[in-house]
Design a protein around this ligand. Sequence first.
Ligand code: NAP
Length: 404
Amino acid sequence: MGELILFHNNRWLVPDNPEIGFIVGDGTGIDITPVAIKVLDAAVRTAYAGKRTIAWTEILAGERAVQQGKELLPPESLDEIKRLRLVLKGPLETPVGGGHRSLNVTLRQQLDLFACVRPVRYFPGVPNPMKKPENVDVIIFRENTEDVYAGIEWPHHSAQSQKLREFLKRELNVHVRDDAGIGIKPMSSTGTKRLVKAAIQYALKHRRASVTLVHKGNIMKYTEGAFKDWGYQVAKEEFGEQVIFESDLPPGRPWPANRIILKDRIADSMFQQILLRPEEYDVIATPNLNGDYLSDAVAAQVGGIGMAPGANINYETGLAVFEATHGTAPKHAGQDKVNPGSLILSGVMMLELLGWKEAAELVLKALTTTIQQKTVTYDLARQMEGAKEVKCSEFGVRVIENMG
Ligand code: NAP
């Protein structure tokens, strides 16, 4: 039996045997989730020799919930996540074109997991398209609850969009074509400030040099532009001397020790910069849609989504879901074939949040060694010369062996 993780004064209080939830996930979730759990358990065992353990509790969602006669996302599962606070989650399926809404989005919204945190760095040996992939080392904080992802939209032929078009014409003298679908892009000071605050706190805690606000404020002034303004505002209000604005730095001056630089970039320019001069970026804070594109693009720079971890976190309530950033890859499901790296690395993020640094470092080191030994799953093997292709579960075993 494990003990509950508590959350007090914006801090997680972690016992030595925390009870942590896991969602197996659909499709390849049945392949990668057990492997990730085995690897994390082995790291904790090796690092702490039995003094610390994780008590895993399954939380039902997706296909596994339906198999047990429940809804896709049973209310008791949401309650269980709130009780346990931290969850490791495999991918969940969303049928295309109709059917139910994305369970992943529902989870993020129901639990108000406002920050999607995606660290992207290079693991030596992973095939990639960059000349100097080792220069990529960023943490992306993507706002998770607002923007065009808020789900406020209507089809072009609906009564609602007709009503809105009429309203816009009558009250605001704005003409929208009769055959246009309409979506609304809300962005609030509350949503922005809590995200940027979390990004700055992360940068300070992990001694990163800068936080960059990525926005499209030159075009969408009162949403994306306001995101930038609120970002600077919260830095000034809450962090004072700890943060210096790039615009206040005399040209050519080095980074002032113990202060982080806050800067902003327009999204299209950022896509170029992160490709050409990735070393200039550390922590990135950005609205939902920009963050969605940017995190996959940057992940591709270091070898793709098979190795990209992620977590959805509410830093005010202490709820966090650590998940593989790829989907269920249904054509590979149940074949013990796909790369469990993304979920393992999401587990590393979880260990770091627990404060179990030694175990986290052990997994990172062992994973790097395994890749350098070229014993990898099919996705990496097909791009690596001289690689030995291993199954998903075998990859996990190799990682555990490499913990020494
Ligand atoms: P996907 O499941 O990510 O798969 C696309 C392709 O990416 C796979 O065919 C495979 O490429 C590669 N891939 C994915 N996971 C991999 C892994 N662990 N190791 C190696 N390669 C991997 O994307 P999708 O087919 O668009 O989506 C399928 C379902 O997943 C949808 O229902 C979608 O809504 C859902 N989804 C869920 C999440 C989530 O739970 N957070 C996220 C994204 C999508 P190759 O076949 O070319 O090797």
